[in-house]
Design a protein around this ligand. Structure first.
Ligand code: ZN
Length: 244
């Protein structure tokens, strides 16, 4: 099987369509989303519709939970909060219901999927260094966990020859057969923040035990214009060009 892992989509339909087309051309059979399907972008309903159409299995992100009023937006910056409020008005009951039924963690035969961390998925903690990943790496019963949340693609690993040492890699190809544990942040489809504005997504080939971290160029101008046309904060359009 070839799994397609979709990082934080954030209502960016132009990026999502381009990424799904690309992953399908790479032989992906099944898609998964690591959450934050809505928030920031101008097409939350269309993104949910496309995920439903493609039978994407997803977990819940903090922006999804905020739209559902399951968590407070108290700690969101003003632009993020405005986008959450705007998004709530766009989603109909069916889309809200679809979001509300998303689990916090998906456990597949080969890997787990979560938005933030596996040890406390409801808290939406950020993994920004190797120390932050240790509780999840300790918790993992399967060797692989895919996540999102920081919008920065990175793989944090424990090697087979020294399972006490946690390290990270930015390599675009991860050979899982060489690793004891891998916590893989797949980056963001709809709002990358590693100064590379191209959409990020990963392919997990369960036959070869390889994960391919990919970047995919898409029509950023179109996504940005949709954000401006929707009356959302213009900074949410501008940042897409910079990948921040
Ligand atoms: Zn996000």
């Amino acid at each position: 099987m070839r799994y397609g892992l979709l990082g934080d989509i954030h209502g960016n339909l132009t990026a999502l369509e381009t990424v799904i087309d690309f992953l399908e051309s790479e032989g992906v059979d099944q898609f998964f989303s690591v959450g934050d399907i809505v928030g920031y972008g101008a097409s939350p309903s269309e993104c949910i519709e496309l995920l439903i159409e493609k039978k994407v299995r997803a977990v819940k992100g903090n922006h999804d939970a905020a739209c559902l009023r399951e968590i407070s937006t108290e700690f969101f910056n003003p632009h993020a909060r405005r986008a959450v409020e705007w998004t709530r008005d766009q989603l109909d009951a069916e889309h809200m219901n679809w979001l509300s039924e998303l689990p916090m963690v998906l456990t597949l035969p080969e890997c787990s999927i979560v938005h933030g961390t596996l040890d406390d998925p409801d808290q939406f903690e950020y993994v920004q260094c190797t120390d932050d990943a240790d509780p999840t790496l300790d918790e993992m019963v399967l060797p692989i966990c895919f996540a999102g949340h920081t919008h920065v693609p990175v793989t944090i690993v424990r090697l087979l020859d020294d399972i006490t040492r946690t390290a990270f890699t930015l390599e675009p190809e991860i050979d899982l057969s060489e690793l004891s544990r891998a916590f893989i942040n797949v980056g963001s489809v709809g709002q990358p923040r590693d100064e590379d504005p191209r959409a990020a997504a990963s392919i997990f080939d369960t036959d070869t035990d390889l994960v391919h971290m990919r970047r995919i160029a898409y029509d950023i101008s179109k996504a940005a214009q949709s954000i401006r046309n929707a009356g959302l904060p213009p900074i949410l359009a501008d940042r897409l060009f910079l990948g921040v």
